[in-house]
Design a protein around this ligand. Sequence first.
Ligand SMILES: C[S@@+](CC[C@H](N)C(=O)[O-])C[C@H]1O[C@@H](n2cnc3c(N)ncnc32)[C@H](O)[C@@H]1O
Length: 297
Amino acid sequence: MPAAPTPPPARPDPAHPGDAGWEWDETLFSGTAAYYQRGRLPYAPGLADVLGEALRLDGRGRLIDVGCGPGTLALSLAHLFGDVVGVDPDRGMIAEAGRQTAGRGVAGRTRWVRARAEELPAGLGTFTVATFGQSFHWMDRDPVAATIRGMLRPGGALVHIADLKTETRTTDGLPHPAVPYAAMGELVRHYLGPVRRAGRGTLPHGTPGGEAAVFTRAGFAGPERHVVPGGQGLVRTVDDAVAGVFSMSFSAPHLFGSRRDDFEAELRRLLREASPSGRFSERLPSTEVFVWRKDPT
Ligand SMILES: C[S@@+](CC[C@H](N)C(=O)[O-])C[C@H]1O[C@@H](n2cnc3c(N)ncnc32)[C@H](O)[C@@H]1O
């Protein structure tokens, strides 16, 4: 099956000089929040249990989820903590996280803060665990890692969470066609140009990898690696696939400007041609977790 719509590969640390001119701006995820829950595939369902066990969580500690987006990760872990703080600079993401919290019975011990990670500690106190779910690569990583280490209590942990990139996810045995990611990527490039867009700028070499070196430089010990198995078959609709595209920073709705409706119409046409039933099959990715300890254990 074609791979999910991946941006160009991560570049090694230290920062690639070709992207040295890129600067973060507040439009990076602008307008994506409304599409995020529907469009993005969830983390593997065993994630909370794996973290609960690995970190010996007893429902009493404090979690800070940095780059929390619409709160999905933080809310899925909230039962393991006494208090949860999500931090994200995107206004839409923070509003969506607030909406997602309603009716879950955790509102009294959940707080959403609109801020960049670079603005921490922001008087938020100390924490048992800090999570970064596919967000750390957007940050000024060395100072953020150092600040977070300072915000962790003795024995605390920083947890880096992402979809496992090294597995092949086939749709063999599933009932519907695969999502036509390659053709969708082509269409995005046709509208937005060949170079990956990111906010008001471009990222020809993608976002940085090599976070292990960053965490080590900041004084963290580790990591412990866990892979939470995915592989479950999912049925995705045309609306889900469209939401997936608009949930991505590199194809965020605002980037299409006045051509947004034309793009969406063409995208829907492409998806209908790939699956006249309007249904696609896809497998859930596995989730890769790296636990970094504030102090050596
Ligand atoms: C791919 S989303 C991940 C959302 C969520 N953590 C998850 O796992 O589903 C990346 C998030 O990082 C946030 N982000 C980007 N730059 C950031 C920064 N400098 N500080 C904090 N968050 C940032 C974005 O606004 C976005 O919500």
